[in-house]
Design a protein around this ligand. Structure first.
Ligand SMILES: [Zn+2]
Length: 73
């Protein structure tokens, strides 16, 4: 089955978020970096899913609800 749902985005090599090539790259505000640097968990302002193979950023998450899952501890 190679059926794709509309919610599943892929990079140009066809990898989805669950592929090991795909790495989430969180972006923090300056304030966020300071907190994370001090070991305080803080949600990023944005998470980009980039493929390590082709370098394409194919998905961005900016929703606060989703970003909570990316808090580094
Ligand atoms: Zn790729």
């Amino acid at each position: 089955m190679s059926e794709q749902t509309s919610s599943e985005k892929t990079c140009r090599c066809g990898h989805t978020r669950s592929n090991p090539w795909i790495v989430p790259k969180p972006s923090y505000s300056l304030f966020g970096w300071v907190l994370v640097g001090c070991g305080i968990s803080h949600p990023p302002t944005e998470v980009r899913y980039a493929c390590d193979k082709c370098g394409e950023v194919f998905e961005r998450i900016t929703s606060k609800e989703h970003l909570k899952h990316h808090i580094y501890r």
